[in-house]
Design a protein around this ligand. Structure first.
Ligand code: COA
Ligand code: AMP
Length: 631
């Protein structure tokens, strides 16, 4: 079936379409219907009972593929390559689940997972699924404060963490960050299971911390516990407009059905194929396409503990593709830009046999046409941009390789996937003609696998996504559709920025800057960056009579953001200005500041209080080395 057939089959009868896809899942109690008009935005496969771990692991062993490799850990930062078969994986997951159960973790309990790119991270996630416990994985690049915020919101019974992560040139001690986070949090987990890595052995807290291996000794392996279809599979926190992250709740059954469908249809991957998503388990790409989807589909997944460059060089990606015969590869455009910057001619590609590769998939930020063209020319395979979000869990728009590739239009993530009726709207919520820029929304209900709600925050869920356009989910992205139905995603409509493929909140950074005693007011904007896509730039107005040097304050606020949010914020530029540009009603004109910093021509807003302030912002940016624009 072609894309056109599949999309129109969904449009004609969504219920029949999703029930047919559900046949590929092993149910403990099969669906009698697909859609249920309940919850804040509708729910799927509610009347089922099912277990994610059974579908991702056990069923492949039972089907006779126990000897197939499930996970390859390729770790250039430690020099290790390690393979785990589906049988090994089942046994390890069942044992860890048994150990968690012995620690009184039961169905519905939350478990925070704070681990680097090691196979134990996937084992921990799957062990939670086995029990019906709800994991919440926290990215290693966040600081203790961010971890504490998540602990307080998710209220985990247990935490599973590693002693350390490894960044090029430094070992990141996770355990002291975890200890600080638990100390700061109001909620205290009962147990912390600690994986001690050779690179750094962490000290343990008596009565709370248990060693990963010790805790599993002599425990009875746990079986899979079937859960209702709308049981939360996991919570994944993502950036919103404030310092309080949004806990996206993923429903179990829809997640299974949608990811199973996507592996073959979008990525052209079947059982036994090797699939590689070079992301991190802390992000949604890592959840869906390092852990769940490849395993649900019975493929081999790669857990890569390295960087696109510097581990040891810009040929690492091509070496991994060669060594493990990767068929489809998925990464962020920023990673390809990093490789291109180090190896502009793509010379290192020639050192490896990458003939197994059928396509490169890009997501996480807009894939700029230059990067797509470079990768296409150097790799000789289709380079496929696709657009999605933590909230959706799988692609809203893509060029589905498994359904026969459509013509590629650079700069566009192509066309909506089944389940998504994507519309560009005007301020009144009416669809606009093709070619017109506007906020992008998806007609409700969203398809299976998309967020159920926000954890502990249903009101926020409604306000953030459902209220602005009646009957639609508001994506937070703006763009347009061309005459042939190709989508172009151009910008966010909120305070979210995208730094090296990492989604961050400028609002959260502003909260940190404002907490500095010398800062009277501040603004943070995302400024275009040739490598990272965007970088945050802070503007500070100081309190009168502050007794500190501007340089000292700059260093302090930069350190504060690193300490409160984490190194991943990549906050390195703070500019001290006398005033911020505001409307007469006092709203800071962040969009105009962005235009100035990005070198775009801009119009002085009619509502501005003092137009001269824009000049001052321009001067501050120019002094800091940004190529600014004029009105
Ligand atoms: N644990 C601890 N620290 C981390 C971390 C982790 N998991 N991930 C990143 N950091 C740190 C980095 O070490 C760096 O620290 P530094 O300020 O001390 O140098 C800081 O966070 C910023 O990291 P990053 O923005 O990633 O910049 P970089 O210069 O280290 O690397 C790229 C640039 C482009 C190579 C890298 O960002 C990359 O590979 N991006 C792809 C991201 C991706 O796959 N996203 C998923 C969407 S599909
Ligand atoms: P995250 O929730 O971290 O996956 O980030 C989602 C956001 O990243 C989206 O809302 C977009 O703003 C941006 N994004 C992801 N993929 C793309 C893409 N292919 N093109 C443009 N923007 C993208």
């Amino acid at each position: 079936m072609t894309y056109k057939d599949v999309y129109s089959a969904w449009r004609t009868d969504p219920e029949a379409f999703w029930l047919a896809q559900a046949d590929l899942i092993d149910w403990d109690s099969a669906p009698t219907r697909a859609y249920f008009d309940q919850g804040p935005a509708g729910e799927w496969f509610v009347d089922t009972r099912v277990n994610t771990c059974r579908n991702a692991v056990d069923r492949h062993v039972e089907a006779g593929r126990g000897d197939q490799i499930a996970i390859i850990h390729d770790s250039p930062v430690t020099g290790q390559i390690f393979r785990l078969t589906y049988t090994d994986l089942r046994d390890r997951v069942a044992r860890l689940a048994g150990a968690l159960r012995a620690q009184r973790v039961v169905t519905g309990d939350r478990v925070i997972v704070y681990m680097p790119m090691v196979p134990e991270a996937l084992i921990a996630m799957l062990a939670c699924q086995r029990l019906g416990a709800v994991h919440s994985v926290v990215f290693g690049g966040f600081a203790a404060h961010e971890l504490a915020v998540r602990i307080d919101d998710a209220q985990p019974k247990a935490v599973i963490a590693a002693s350390c992560g490894i960044e090029p040139g430094r070992v990141v001690a996770y355990k002291p960050l975890l200890d600080r986070a638990i100390e700061a949090a109001r909620h205290k987990p009962d147990t912390c299971v600690i994986l001690q890595r050779d690179q750094l052995v962490a000290s343990m807290v008596d009565g709370r911390d248990v060693d990963w291996h010790d805790v599993q000794r002599n425990v009875e392996p746990a079986d899979c516990v079937p859960v209702p279809g709308n049981h939360p599979a996991y919570i994944l926190y993502t950036s919103g407009t404030t310092g309080q992250p949004k806990g996206v709740v993923r429903p179990t059954a829809g997640h299974l059905v949608a990811l199973q469908w996507s592996m073959d249809a979008i990525y052209g991957i079947k059982a036994g194929d090797v699939f590689w998503a070079a992301s991190d388990v802390g992000w949604v790409v890592g959840h869906s396409y390092i852990c769940y989807a490849p395993l649900i589909a019975g493929a081999t997944t790669i857990v890569f503990e390295g960087k696109p460059v510097g581990t040891p060089d810009a040929g690492t990606f091509w070496r991994v593709i060669q060594d493990h015969k990767v068929k489809s590869f998925f990464t962020a455009p920023t990673a390809i830009r990093a490789v291109k910057r180090e190896d502009p001619q793509g010379t290192l590609i020639g050192d490896y046999d990458i003939s197994s590769l059928q396509a490169l998939f890009l997501a996480g930020e807009r894939a700029d046409p230059d990067t797509v063209t470079w990768a296409e020319e150097k790799l000789g395979v289709p380079v496929i941009d696709h657009w999605w979000q933590t909230e959706t869990g799988w692609a809203v728009a893509a060029n589905p390789l498994g359904l026969g590739l459509l013509p590629i239009r650079k700069g566009s993530p192509a066309v909506p996937m089944p389940g998504y009726d994507v519309q560009v709207l005007d301020e009144a919520g009416q669809p606009v003609p093709s070619g017109t820029l506007g906020p992008i929304a998806v007609r409700l209900p969203l398809p299976p696998g998309t967020l159920l709600t926000l954890w502990n925050a249903e009101d926020r869920f409604r306000k953030s996504y459902l209220e602005r356009f009646c009957g639609f989910y508001e994506t937070g992205d703006a763009g347009y559709v061309d005459d042939d139905g190709y989508l172009f995603i151009m910008a966010r409509t909120d305070d979210v920025i995208n730094v090296a493929g990492h989604r961050l909140s400028t609002g959260a950074m502003e909260e940190v800057l404002a907490s500095h005693p010398a800062v009277a007011e501040c603004a943070v904007i995302g400024v275009a960056d040739p490598l990272k896509g965007q970088v945050p730039v802070g503007f500070l107005c100081l309190k009168k009579g502050v007794d500190a040097t501007p340089d000292g304050i700059r260093d302090e606020v930069i350190a504060l953001v690193r300490d409160r949010i984490g190194p991943v914020a990549a906050f390195r530029t703070a500019l001290i200005v006398d005033r911020l540009p505001k409307t007469r009603s006092g709203k800071i004109l962040r969009a105009t500041m962005c235009s100035i910093a990005d070198g775009q021509t801009y119009r002085v807003p009619a509502t501005i209080e003092e137009p001269a302030v824009l000049e001052e912002i321009g001067v501050a940016l120019q002094v800091a080395g940004f190529p600014i624009s004029k009105t």
